[in-house]
Design a protein. Structure first.
Lengths: 343, 522
């Protein structure tokens, strides 16, 4: 069942189109991530769904009810949609308990009991309830912000880059904790992020956004292994894009004859391989290449491999550092799986 | 191997730096003690009077009447000012009110009109005006900008993300205003309300003209009839006690909460409320406010200037008065700013519990009414150092006590903007500590010092109470001349002085407004 439906949603700021006709449906109980570089319009999208801004065109439908269209919009406080902002956005003049109880309409004792319960839920010590937000670390503030939004039992939770202000280690831990809490509560979630790994790890559905439009919407596996174009491919991870000639489900490429995922395609096309599909051997079968450049980065080594002679096709690859190569070494290259053909 | 010569080179400057800091501390301490002189005087006067006499002089019907007047004045004026200032600040900062920038200027401009000129303007319009009602109305138009300035600055600094967040938690706009916006305005509201309260207690000219008795007017009446009796001293004691009550109230309401903005990054621009069909009704508020606070003074002064014609511009008298005023403003302003330098430097570069305590002393001293400061300096000079009685030195000291925090705020902000690393870089390039300080921090903080001089001068120009009691014989500042002429019911003759005071205050008021905008980074 679709909980949230965006139809040709658009928003302009002066001459700039922040959102240029966006369509998206979010299934109830699912997790959707909108990923894109900064300035692509993803935060604008979230603000429109939350009701902080008005769209210039298109409609937002939520659980069968129209939240915004040409005739008007439901104000933010009547939408019942929770949001956790990038910096948590806790009220600095209130304690943690007051922050969590802010949106609840209940007696003080009920609020306090619920706040304590929510603190357990997001994995924070109840002793923190009497503190002020500036006495908490960044990760703790984010958890309080989540608890505050959860207190109103929203049907949809919006997460606006809630992990990006945190340190790398804390980011993963907080993300896991948040995902667990939201899954346990069965709340539909819309995450906005510029971190593609975060989007892929978090969501059931990923929407890749560029310049106010969705370049691609699909499952994490689908957008990663079958991206629509080379830019989307490169945005979601390292990609080796090769020129090829396709005939009968096989592509003739600088890396040899490769099976492709689109048997119907014929003729010249661009194909893509992910680095994990490629194996490099000192000797054996496969296309031969030459190591031209080596950068040691600790656990992995960044190598550039040229196929054939001078000025020929070359690509770079992160390889485990247990293999020791030197510039000038001749290697054999093996490919597993199919190559993806861009439309 | 470390040679003895090496250690000497590194040890010597360290000693000198510490010496510099302790010298500054000594000077700042001495100045603070000087600033607390009026407070000490009141306590001393009470002890000297003796408990029996003091009790008799304080607990009598006259003091009771004055107390009722004072409480009513504060209890009506401060809440009305608060509602007016918050409404105006909201309209000019957060709505699409047509001409918001103009209304914002016009809401600060009344500061350029001295309080007693407001009073003069109103009785020019309605000669029978007197008593509590007149006192409240004129006080509101004269002093509401003291609340408008900080509140509108606070509105600009609020993070609109918090309001969005509150809306997403189910709060309707009025509830968002009450539960998120107002609590964050609390510091600005407390500070502004305290400032207005202290002005209400210490203003003389405004209330004297409409025959509304407060402690300050009563002390001056006493002073003028019996010169310097114990009765005046005891009234001063009660007045100081009232000031402490206000200071305590403010400290209690302000609380100890911190409103530091959490998280990082620039705040989004606040959302503008569309007034729609309410635009014209809302426009009435700034129009009416500007009409009462600026229109009435303009009308009255204009009318008297026209009525008086060229005859009221007695160039010798007006010219001399203007020259004396500007001179005393300049001397007083520079002296006040210079006196603020040690504590400003300490509070930025060497913040300790001691420096914070000293800073508190200066603020406390400046919250004492001008009449108490003057009374103290008159008594001390007459009794201890007669040659200093009614000299420029004494009156400059009074100004320093009263206006030092104005210079301190500007100075501290600009010193804080100069990174200490610049001083260190200058030192590493071979400048001596004093030279390094002069060529970096002092140079870069100069605009702040200039603003400090200007703000102190604005206070001095419109100061009447202490100037009257302390100025050397023959001095006739614009404020003194104006007040003397209105006392003789020569309203036409007083008009040129009023006009000059307003004209010279105008640029300084603009500076105040500009500073408050700059603090908000817009």
């Amino acid at each position: 069942m679709t909980l949230l439906q965006l139809t040709s949603l658009s928003k302009r700021y002066g001459a700039v189109a922040a959102l240029d006709g966006v369509n998206l449906s979010v299934a109830a109980g699912s997790r959707t991530a909108i990923v894109g570089p900064s300035g692509c319009g993803k935060t604008t999208l979230l603000r429109l769904v939350a009701g902080f801004d008005e769209p210039d065109g298109g409609t937002i439908a939520f659980d069968g009810e129209t939240l915004a269209d040409a005739s008007g919009q439901v104000p933010a406080h009547k939408r019942g949609i929770g949001i956790v902002a990038q910096d948590g956005c806790l009220f600095p003049h209130l304690t943690i308990a007051q922050n969590i109880g802010f949106g609840m309409e209940a007696e003080r004792s009920v609020k306090e009991a619920k706040a304590a319960e929510l603190m357990d839920m997001v994995g924070l010590d109840r002793a923190m309830l009497s503190r002020k937000p500036d006495q908490l670390s960044g990760g703790q503030q984010q958890r309080v912000a989540l608890a505050r939004a959860l207190a109103r039992s929203p049907r949809l939770m919006l997460l606006d880059e809630p992990f990006s202000a945190l340190d790398t280690g804390l980011r993963t831990a907080t993300r896991k904790a948040v995902t667990e809490v939201l899954t346990a509560a069965g709340i539909t979630t819309l995450l906005v992020t510029h971190d593609q790994a975060e989007a892929l790890a978090f969501a059931d559905q990923v929407a890749v956004m560029r310049a106010g439009r969705f370049a691609q919407v699909g499952s994490p596996r689908e957008v990663y292994s079958r991206p629509v174009d080379p830019i989307t491919a490169a945005f979601l991870g390292e990609a080796i894009v090769l020129p090829a000639t396709i005939a009968g489900g096989r592509a003739e490429s600088p890396l040899g004859l490769l099976p492709v995922d689109d048997a119907s395609r014929q003729g010249r096309a661009e194909i893509m391989l992910r680095p994990e599909q490629i194996s490099v051997f000192q000797t054996g079968e496969g296309t031969s290449g030459t190591i031209t450049e080596i950068n040691f980065c600790g656990p992995t080594t960044d190598v550039r491999i040229a196929l054939g002679g001078e000025g020929a096709f070359s690509f770079r690859l992160d390889m485990p550092s247990r293999e020791t190569f030197l510039p000038g070494d001749r290697v054999r290259i093996g490919v597993t799986g199919t190559a993806h053909v861009f439309r | 191997m470390t040679s003895i010569a090496d250690t000497r080179i590194t040890a010597a400057p360290r000693r000198r730096l510490q010496a510099a800091a302790s010298w500054t501390l000594t000077i700042a301490f001495a100045l603070a003690m000087l600033a607390l002189l009026p407070l000490g005087f009141v306590l001393w006067a009470t002890v000297e009077t003796g408990w029996a006499t003091a009790f008799q002089l304080i607990f009598r019907a006259r003091v009771g009447d004055l107390m009722v007047n004072t409480i009513l004045l504060v209890a009506f004026t401060v809440p009305i000012c608060t509602v007016l200032a918050v409404s105006l600040a909201w309209l000019t900062e957060r709505t699409d009110l047509p001409g918001a920038r103009l209304w914002s200027w016009l809401s600060v401009a009344p500061l350029a009109v001295p309080a007693f000129v407001h009073s003069y303007a109103w009785i020019g319009m309605w000669p029978s005006l007197n008593g509590l009602f007149a006192g409240v109305v004129i006080s509101v138009v004269a002093y509401f900008p003291f609340l408008y300035l900080p509140v509108s600055a606070a509105f600009r600094l609020l993070d609109p993300a918090l309001e969005d967040q509150a809306a997403s938690l189910g709060l309707a706009p009025p509830a968002v205003f009450r539960r998120v916006v107002l609590p964050q305005l609390r510091l600005a509201l407390c500070g502004g309300a305290l400032l207005i309260g202290l002005h209400l207690l210490s203003e003389y000219g405004l209330y004297a003209m409409i025959r509304f008795d407060t402690f300050t007017t009563a002390i001056i009446d006493q002073f003028q009839s019996t010169y310097n009796g114990v009765a005046a001293h005891m009234l001063a004691l009660v007045l100081v006690a009232c000031c402490f009550v206000l200071l305590g109230l403010e400290a209690g309401l302000r609380g100890r909460s911190r409103y530091a903005r959490l998280g990082s990054g620039a705040a989004r621009r606040p959302k503008i409320t569309r007034l729609g069909k309410w635009t014209y009704p809302c426009l009435l508020l700034p129009i009416a406010t500007a009409g009462f606070s600026l229109g009435i003074p303009t009308l009255t002064i204009g009318r008297w200037l026209v009525a008086g014609g060229a005859g009221v511009w007695r160039v010798d008298e007006v010219g001399l008065s203007l020259f004396q005023t500007l001179l005393i403003c300049l001397v007083g302003g520079i002296a006040t700013t210079a006196a603020a330098v040690p504590i400003a430097w300490l509070s930025v570069r060497r913040p300790t519990r001691g420096s914070r305590f000293l800073e508190g002393c200066y603020y406390l001293a400046s919250s004492m009414p001008g009449v108490v400061v003057a009374l103290a300096l008159v008594t001390v000079t007459v009794r201890v150092m007669l040659p200093l009685y009614q000299t420029v030195a004494t009156i400059v000291l009074a100004y320093m006590v009263m206006f030092l925090p104005r210079a301190l705020v500007s100075l501290r902000a600009s010193i804080a903007q100069v990174p200490v690393e610049l001083e260190q870089a200058a030192a590493s390039l071979g400048r001596s500590p004093g030279n390094a300080l002069w060529s970096t921090t002092v140079r870069l903080a100069a605009p702040g010092a200039a603003a400090g001089v200007a703000l102190a001068s604005l206070g001095i120009m419109n100061e009447l109470t202490a100037t009257q009691m302390l100025a050397p014989n023959g001095t006739r500042t614009l404020a003194m001349a104006f007040f003397a002429l209105t006392g003789e019911i020569d309203y036409a003759g007083a008009a040129p002085y009023a006009l000059l005071m307003i004209l010279f205050s105008m640029p300084l008021t603009w500076l105040l407004h500009y500073q408050s905008k700059k603090i908000a980074g817009r």
